[in-house]
Design a binder for this molecule. Sequence first.
Ligand code: ADP
Ligand code: MG
Length: 765
Amino acid sequence: MPAFLVLENISKYYTSAQSVVMGLNNVSLSFSLGEFVAVTGESGSGKSTIAKVMGGILPYEGGEMFVDGRPTSHYGQQDWEQYRSRRISFISQNYDILPGCSVLENVVSALVLTGMDKKKAAARAEEILEQVELLDKKKRRAAKLSSGQKQRLSIARALAKPAPVLIADEPTGNLDSENSAKVIQLLAAAAKERLVVMVTHDFEEAEDFATRHITVRDGAVESDVALREANEVSAAVPVVRGKGKGKSLGRYTAWLQMASRPVWTAILLFFFALTAFAMFAFLGTFVMNLDDSFTRVYDPSAFLNGNDNRIVVARTDKGNFTEEDYDALIAIPHVTQLERYGFLADINYYYREGIDYMVHYENVTDDAGNPTGYVQKQITMGDTNLFLQAVPYLAKGEKFLTAGRLPETMYEVVAVGGEELLGTEITIYIENKKKWPAGTSIQVEAVVVGVTDKGEHLYVAEQLGRIFTAEVSTEVVVAPIYDEPSRYVHFAQDIIFEDRYLCSASMQTILVNQFLRLYTSNGWGDLDEWVEYSKQEYPFWNYLDTENPVMLRPYGIHDSSYNGYYLVSPESFERIVPDAGANVVSLTVSDYAYTERVLSDIHALSYPAISPYQLGATKQDPVLAAERLQTLEICILAFLAVFLLQIFVLRAMFGMQTGEFRLLANLGLRCRTAKCSIVWQVVLFTAGGQLIAFAAVLCCMGLSVGRILDIVKYLPARHVLFFMVLHLATGLLTSLWIQRLIGRQVYPGTLRYADLKMDEEEAEL
Ligand code: ADP
Ligand code: MG
């Protein structure tokens, strides 16, 4: 039999910065297939060093090792990887199994790593497990096996690999004599078609099977005795011809490694979820605080209503909006509703007696001074600032009412609430703080004709929008009468008009409340004054046609506390304000957070638009502003901390796995594949962590955690994508570092001194 493995004057030094230790000194040995060689020697004599050099695990410095007649001294890292994966099965004292994987998976993985097809590997693995009497335990986790079983498993793995050389470094070191005997018999059987080299401290146990006995002392061969005939090996064991499909093998290895240490995997996954969540929270808070509007004080001089959800839009040509415009605007994301009369939202109203307003009464007495009843004397408005809202224009298909119908005139409203509100009569006081004298208001008696579940208060008819946003002339409100004038009009009985025709709502006449104050304070007022007044016609200017005013004549008084309020017939109203107020619309955004996005969407459709809130919030509150700056700083620091923490924890967690990488390397895992596996693991952890964090965010939203809700609102999708990529990038960056670490410690061919570090680590284990 020709020699298969030849060592010629092999020297091996362990070099460190401080010293050089001689591991092997001019060792010359030659081995053939079919031999079962026992290597013995005292502890520290160099047995393991020989085994590792032969196994291609440690590089040698002097001499030459021949494999199948070819020298190896020129081998680079990749050649050694190939050598290990194709020629060598290595068994160590520590079993070197993947504890978290099943017995079967342990054997299969070793075969797959050498490039064998998975199905083929499974079939062969079962065959070999049968030989080592572990087939019945193939589903069991390797960690649960006894030490004898573990070692048999590692032998099964070595036997399964069709490599010509099997090297076992003290395989029986941790076993009792019964298990030792079994192991040695298996190795002896393996030698029938291979070269088997077994390092042992106890030669006697191998004596009956070994074909040769080598003793080592001080890194040199002391004796080399043939004991019996080596086996006849007809044909060499076919060497593995794995193609080593790098990427898919990398993915496989990643799964294998993650499955083999479930606790480690769970911890890292949890950690990545944590960092993903933390990055989301910190960067989210940061982005949220980039907008400084909440540190500002609102100034109502331009727009009374500083509701931060509101956006006011006009058309470039200042014309009235069309249905098409409405549809385009309401379709913008985060716009929840649209009001046609945009400036209506700057007018206050009050409708809850005792809450929004108080009515003060005065006793009325008869001539004798006896009380006969009460007269409403004045009302005072409360502090609540409600703003008028007309029934909004909603996106197509969206339902506004839950019951009833939409209001058609200014005397009908939609209330928020249940059906029981239908038919309720409500007194509404409307107050235009910008145009009317303080304390004056218009009283509208309205009926609830519809109910809705949207918003908070009342919705008035669009009619009211037209009335209050129409520019008739300064400080004048003209409103049409739609039902019984007697509800609003008080007539002095003895007033006679020349062409009296008082009770029809369709009259081309006007009601003036000029005498209201007289009415409320002095009974029916000064008749002479009233008669004088009612004899003339007064001009009302159509804002489109300032040349030709509409001439109307007064015929009665009504009880509003605002003097400039005229009730006219619907026809007159149409003539005076034919198309009022619809040239500005108010949009409601679901949250202020979306304002910038909505504004830019509106501008993209080329409508001028502003946020009244942003316009008015010009002054900074110094305390809030300082707090905000602090928050920004904290966010950046916290983010950096998480960033660094993730890098170091990831590095440390993988640092704990060098042993396993080394084990897999001994099984034939290539450096390139190992690096692939690292990247895959990091990607999987990142993706898994992000998924968990995503679920956590959803949970927080479900539980209405305010801060999270705010962040989510402030974050456009592209920011979220940016976070995800950043999180992944952090992981990948770290994986480069880990790759260097693993390359240096597990694949030392690339670096000097590295083997020393390797064994220091082993000593720790
Ligand atoms: P054995 O397996 O026979 O107990 P080893 O082959 O492990 O012996 O070690 C042989 C010699 O090499 C010992 O003197 C040991 O101290 C030394 N040695 C082994 N590994 C290292 C290392 N990484 N650095 C320095 N010296 C080492
Ligand atoms: Mg040893």
